[in-house]
Ligand binder design. Sequence first.
Ligand code: CDP
Length: 230
Amino acid sequence: MSDHIKKIIIAIDGHSSCGKSTVAKEIARKLNYIFIDSGAMYRAVTLYCLRHKLIENGSVNLPELKANLGKIKVSFRFNPDTQHNDIWLNGENVEKEIRLLTVSQNVSPIAAVAEVRRLLVALQQEMGKSKGIVMDGRDIGTVVFPDAELKIFMTAQPDVRAKRRFDELTAKGEKVSYDEIRANIIERDRYDEKRKESPLRKADDAIVLDNSYMTREEQLKWILCRIDGI
Ligand code: CDP
C-alpha cells in the first residue's frame, strides 16, 4: 500500500458524471489526504446566482454577477456524520441542493465566467498549499496545480455516465428523466471543452482512465498503482 512520506498533489480531471469525486474521495481516505470537489464550488456559486436571478434561461447577468462576487462566500466544513467535507454557501450547508438537476443545467455558463474562476482557483490553490490533497474538476491539472505529481484524466462512454447519474439522483428521490440527464452531461462537456476560460482538456502529462467497464474497486486499484509508481 502507498505509504508516501512526501505528500503529493493528485489532480483528477475529466468529463461530467464519470465518478471523479467518488474515486477521489476513496483515494483521500486511503492516503489520509484532503479531498476537494472543485465542481461543488462552481455549483455553490451557481446556486447563489439562481437564487438571486443572476442567471435566467441560461443567460448570465454579468455586470450584476461581477458586482456581487464579493458577497459569495464558499467554504468546506467537516461533517462528522458523513465524515466528509460539506460545501457551505454564506453560512448555509448546501451540499444536497447543489446536486439538483437545475444546478447542473446552469453551472457551465457560470463556470465560464473569468472572474468566478479567478475567485475559486485562488481558494483551491490555497487549499493545496501544504499538499496531501486530491482535487477533482476540469482544470486542476492544467491551471490550478500544473505541477501536480499525479494527473489523471477520467472519462467513460456517455451512456454509461448518464445511467450512473440517473441511478444516483433517482436513489436520492429526485424525479428525473434519463434523456434529460444524458442531454445535460453531453451539453455540459461540450460547453466545458469549448469555453475560452480554462477549457476542459487533458493535461499533456495526465494519464487517461476510461472506466466505462471498470468496477469501483478496479479503478481504485488502478490509481493506487500509479501512486505507488511515483
Ligand atoms: O459531478 P459532475 O462531474 O457532473 O460535475 P462537477 O464536477 O460537479 O462540475 C460541475 C460543473 O462545474 C462542470 O460541468 C464545469 O462546468 C464546472 N467546473 C469547472 O469549470 N471547473 C472545475 N474545476 C470543476 C467544475
